[in-house]
Write a protein of this length. Structure first.
Length: 165
């Protein structure tokens, strides 16, 4: 990092300048709420009642696999177990469980390791079979004869069996 032709004084000056800027930003964040929101971001609700808000994921440039990873780290096996989940401004997830687990989109095992078996639009399904949208986790009513052309929540066209962990 240090070069023979650059005095150590200049290196220390740069380090000191970075520390002063950091402390200055900390003071601005502490005193002014709009500055805090602009620099740190806002908390966003990413899941409600087991259904992902795909618009929030796109806006925050967050992939589905990152969301599922965060949920698995908190011990969830499917989206039906999640009452609400927030993406905090720190980048971590805060999750709250349903009082009674419901059928939901499976997130375990990881889809990279074992992808779920999916069906497309217009596929005949059994009366007692519950399916979840692979994009948002919306669970279809159990009385349908075939899958709809698209998900009513996110317009997704891929479905998999909803599970209860």
């Amino acid at each position: 990092m240090f070069y023979a032709d650059v005095p150590i004084f200049y290196s220390m000056l740069v380090i000191t300048l970075v520390i002063v800027i950091n402390k200055g930003l900390d003071i601005l964040i502490f005193r002014f709420r709009p500055v805090e929101k602009a620099l740190d971001g806002r908390t966003a609700e990413v899941i409600r009642d087991g259904v992902i808000d795909t618009r929030i994921l796109r806006r925050r440039k967050l992939g589905q696999s990152e969301l599922f990873e965060g949920l698995r780290e908190n011990g969830y096996r499917n989206l039906g177990e999640v009452r609400i989940a927030y993406l905090e401004s720190s980048g971590r997830f805060s999750t709250f469980s349903q009082s009674q687990p419901r059928p939901g989109l499976p997130i375990e095992p990881a889809w990279d390791i074992e992808p779920p078996v999916t069906v497309g639009p217009g596929t005949k399904i059994g009366q007692d079979r519950r399916l979840a949208c692979c994009s948002c986790g919306f669970v279809l009513a159990g009385n349908l004869a075939m899958t709809p052309y698209h998900c009513p929540h996110c317009q997704g066209k891929s479905w998999t069996a909803a599970v209860i962990a």
